[in-house]
Ligand binder design. Structure first.
Ligand SMILES: Cc1ncc(COP(=O)(O)O)c(C=O)c1O
Length: 393
């Protein structure tokens, strides 16, 4: 891999990209790493002949790299096709396995600001595996209170699934404390860390989690690859049966090029963290907020936790505007809002609503998320462009 990355050319052709929580550009070094296994290394990693060997070795190296980023063992990594699949494997897999061995109705606890992938997997477990699901509330900054988890845990609780960092606000949950309470009650703990892995240091041992989801396209690898950490000793019913790939936890010939890409992305993320990416992005993110506040005095309100938050996520509501309209008008910035359009009516983001944010302020929200190539110049220009539209809505 080359030592200093060229900037993805697309970033220079389009508006300033402030939507890294939706997806990240693929790092050119990641593309470089995956090309050999798309070509000469095409073999099936399960084949015992000369073509299988290099694919098997590449897959093993990728697994070790992903494991190293989160402080896991390589055998604890299960490659999956998306974050949604990894979440479903964790939740449905644990509930289905519990259903086989226990008589009682399995109880699952989650919380209100989870990604739809987690909420849908819980709803599936309710419909098809007879699970009983409790959804915990959050406070105005998006945090789950450990006391509310403690009160919800029961002898029949088999799984708690609470995300590490929220995709819209960046709020980081007290996962180590929540997983400790969960284990005291004898249940397993899953965290969806799609948005935090690579952005902040993540150790499955320090967090004390049994299952963790991470996603390639949030950390400069391509879309269509993710991984589920499954602690040694945790039993899962696989979503897809068939071959014995991934130690029987996910059938299907592995997507070796994308797994290799995820491995390369994991190595680069580790290097970024060691080089001070958290401090660099925190400074830029806070500069963006300050610039907006200076352009629009008294009109900018932060959504999410001021401190326990991803370093590159800024979610703000600007008084007097509809966030969606600002972004539609502001051609120089690509970002998102979290609001949705249903039959012509805009509804605020369910995440902000769950935090008790009033509808008007929810509709005024902008989610501005920075990344590896965001510069100070980008921040100053984007703030000026957004403020100018917000001043003349
Ligand atoms: C927190 C979180 N979980 C899960 C997902 C789903 O990942 P994928 O799009 O790979 O299914 C996302 C993607 O937006 C996410 O932000």
């Amino acid at each position: 891999m080359s030592p200093s990355p060229p900037r993805p050319a697309a970033l220079d052709r389009g508006p300033i990209y402030l939507d890294h929580n939706a997806t990240t550009p693929v790092d050119p070094r990641v593309i470089e790493a995956m090309l050999p296994v798309l070509g000469d290394g095409f073999g099936n990693p399960s084949s015992d002949h000369a073509y299988g060997g290099p694919a098997k070795a590449a897959l093993a190296q990728a697994r070790a790299r992903v494991a190293a980023l989160i402080d896991a063992a390589p055998e604890e990594i299960v490659f999956a096709g998306s974050g949604s699949e990894a979440d479903a494997t964790a939740i449905r897999g644990v509930v289905a396995a519990a259903r086989r061995t226990a008589d009682a109705r399995p109880h699952v606890i989650t919380q209100a600001t989870e990604h739809p992938a987690v909420l849908a997997a819980c709803a599936y477990a309710e419909r098809h595996h007879g699970a009983d699901v409790t959804v915990l509330p959050v406070d105005t900054m998006g945090l789950v209170a450990p006391s509310s988890l403690a009160a919800a845990l029961r002898p029949e609780t088999v799984l708690v699934s609470i995300m590490h960092a929220n995709n819209e606000t960046g709020t980081i949950q007290p996962v180590a404390e929540l997983s400790r309470l969960t284990h005291e009650a004898g249940a397993l703990f899953h965290t969806d860390a799609a948005q935090s892995v690579g952005k902040v240091p993540v150790s499955v041992r320090d967090l004390g989690v049994d299952l963790l989801t991470l996603v390639g396209h949030k950390m400069y690898a391509p879309k269509g690859i993710a991984a589920l950490y499954v602690r040694d000793g945790v039993t899962l019913e696989p979503l897809i049966g068939g071959g014995s790939q991934e130690r029987g936890r996910r059938a299907g010939t592995e997507n070796v090029p994308h797994a290799v890409a995820l491995g390369a992305a994991a190595e680069l993320a580790q290097a970024d963290l060691e080089a001070g990416s958290v401090a660099r992005l925190t400074t830029l993110r806070d500069r963006l907020q300050t610039e907006l506040e200076e352009h629009l005095p008294g009109r900018v309100h932060l959504n999410g936790h001021p401190e326990h938050r991803l370093p590159q996520t800024l979610n703000v509501s600007i008084d007097g505007v509809i966030g969606h309209d600002v972004l539609q008008t502001c051609a120089g910035v690509a970002a998102s809002t979290g609001s949705a359009c249903h039959s012509g009516d805009r509804t605020p983001s369910p995440v902000l609503t769950a935090m008790g944010v009033a509808a008007e302020r929810g509709l005024a929200a902008l989610r501005l998320t920075l990344g590896r190539w965001t510069t100070e110049d980008d921040i100053v220009t984007a703030a000026r462009a957004l403020a100018s539209v917000a001043d003349h809505p």
